[in-house]
Design a protein. Structure first.
Length: 499
């Protein structure tokens, strides 16, 4: 059986703990690979390699860093399909989704290529007599990233390109469920000329995570995952003196006003709720229909959902693939099974769905729940699967209050033709990312990504300017030089005296 090992110091390092985790093809249910799970000692060894590499990389010129990053961007572009194939094989998403993931990750690599302008400091001259003050930003040292299964290429690329561009060295701990894409990203970085030890990949489970959170030589930790784990990451790493950005879960709402284009809103709801099988933190999982449009909107969503082609990611005709594991599939199904008992109307029940020839895959169909109550499990929890809840509100104000009452504040959207209503919404809604007639408001790479409330722990959002600030720390230098004309008698500095 194939084994995915660690990537440390620019080469493959075999796991030494003796512990391995299974990697499954979600479309077939077969274990195709095993991944080495690092011990605390193996994590420490990787950190020491990164620490040694920082001594030179942290002092390297911006020109040297950007030369590597431009070469890396070209290699990633040339290997889009190869990376996407690894994602399809281990995560299960369809090939087009996997290619889209790589493309969004490339945006951050491109941002990192422009680090020369992003790291420009500030200078104030003559703040006093021959006194200048400069503000500069410097790297932190060794930093770590702990990334989720749902975007095994994109989320790592949200982290390490900026981190290394700023002069840090990086330890990546990807999800053990789909680890191969991370190794491919690291191998390509070495091929692009990134010095050994600057980017390292250590696979593992909770043992490896806890070792990273407590390691004295790691200065900062980035995390994307569920809210309970994000809270644990933030609490533990902060207690160990580390800078932390921990992005948690979500329950993203889409408010549809009576004046909205319902066909456009239904298209958006289906795409945002069921794309990537709903396994994304920016999925729309709750539609709030305002006024009398609810029945018509639900019917339009149903008509579109019933046409979605579900199948293995290697099939170009497939629009949605399986879920990552059988256990997750069963958990998602449990919310649909219990919805009617908690007052919802089950418009579409996707549980029990199978694909001919792939009966052992982790399949589930699309589910649509109408008249969902805010105290039901299907509404309160982050389901992370292809389940869309529809709630009803009589007025705009009632809809906004419903959304703002959620403990999550990751992303939200409004569909309307009314510019005044849209402007109110973006100011009144309590979420970090807002879409106006845009269902999944993931910012472009030069704006930062992150939520509010229980969707973010820490002060910094990820990538964009926040990402650069997270991976650097400021220093202010105050300088005073005597005028050469005031040199002590007997010392000639060669200063021209023309007066």
């Amino acid at each position: 059986m194939k084994t995915v090992n660690h990537w440390i110091g620019g080469k493959t390092v075999e796991g030494a703990s003796g512990n391995f985790g299974p990697v499954t093809d979600p479309a077939t249910g077969e274990v195709t690979t095993q991944v080495a799970l690092a011990s605390a000692a193996e994590v420490d060894a990787a950190v020491q390699v990164a620490r040694e590499a920082f001594l030179s990389w942290g002092q390297s010129s911006l020109a040297a860093r950007t030369k590597v990053l431009f070469a890396y961007r070209a290699l990633l572009d040339a290997n889009r399909d190869a990376i996407a194939e690894l994602i399809v094989a281990e995560h299960g998403k369809v090939h087009s989704d996997a290619l889209g993931e790589v493309a969004r990750g490339l945006e951050i690599v491109e941002l990192a290529c422009g680090i020369t302008t992003q790291l420009k400091g500030e200078l104030s001259t003559s703040v006093s007599n021959r006194v200048d003050v400069a503000a500069i930003r410097q790297p932190l040292g060794v930093v770590a990233g702990i990334t989720p299964f749902n975007f095994p290429a994109m989320v790592p690329m949200w982290m390490f390109p900026l981190a290394v561009a700023c002069g840090n060295t990086f330890i990546l701990k990807p999800s053990e469920k789909d680890p191969s894409a991370a190794n491919k990203l690291a191998q390509l970085a070495t091929e692009a000329g990134l010095p050994d030890g600057v980017l390292n990949v250590v696979h593992g489970d909770k043992v490896a995570v806890d070792a990273l959170l407590s390691h004295p030589d790691i200065a900062a930790v980035s995390f994307v995952g569920s809210t309970p784990i994000a809270r644990h990451i933030h609490t533990t790493a902060s207690a160990n003196g580390k800078r932390v950005q921990a992005l948690g879960g979500a329950k993203n709402h889409m408010l549809v006003l009576p004046d909205a284009d319902l066909d456009a809103a239904a298209d958006a709801a289906v795409s945002a709720a069921y794309g990537s099988a709903g396994e994304r933190c920016m999925a729309i999982s709750a539609v709030v229909a305002v006024g009398s449009i609810g029945d018509e909107l639900v019917q339009k969503i149903r008509e579109r959902a019933e046409k979605i082609k579900i199948g293995p990611g290697v099939d170009p005709a497939s629009e949605m693939g399986p879920l990552i594991t059988a256990a997750h599939r069963d958990k998602v199904a449990s919310y649909v099974h219990g919805a009617a008992e908690q007052g919802a109307d089950v418009v579409l029940d996707g549980t029990g769905y199978t694909v001919e020839g792939f009966e052992n895959g982790h399949w589930i169909g699309l589910s649509l729940l109408d008249n969902v109550k805010t105290d039901s499990d299907a509404y309160r929890d982050e389901i992370f699967g292809p389940v869309l809840c529809v709630l009803r509100a009589e007025t705009y104000e009632e809809g906004v209050a419903l959304i703002n009452a959620s403990p999550f504040g990751n992303g939200t959207a409004i569909f309307t033709r009314d510019g005044g209503a849209a402007r109110r919404f973006q100011l009144e809604i309590q979420a970090g990312m807002v879409g106006v007639n845009v269902p999944i408001p993931v910012p472009v790479g030069y704006h930062s990504f992150g939520g509010w409330k229980d969707s973010l722990f820490g002060d910094h959002h990820i990538y964009g300017n926040d990402g650069i600030h997270f991976y650097t720390r400021g220093k202010v230098v105050t300088t005073r030089w005597p005028d050469p004309s005031e040199a002590p008698a007997g010392v000639d500095l060669g200063f021209p005296r023309n007066h």
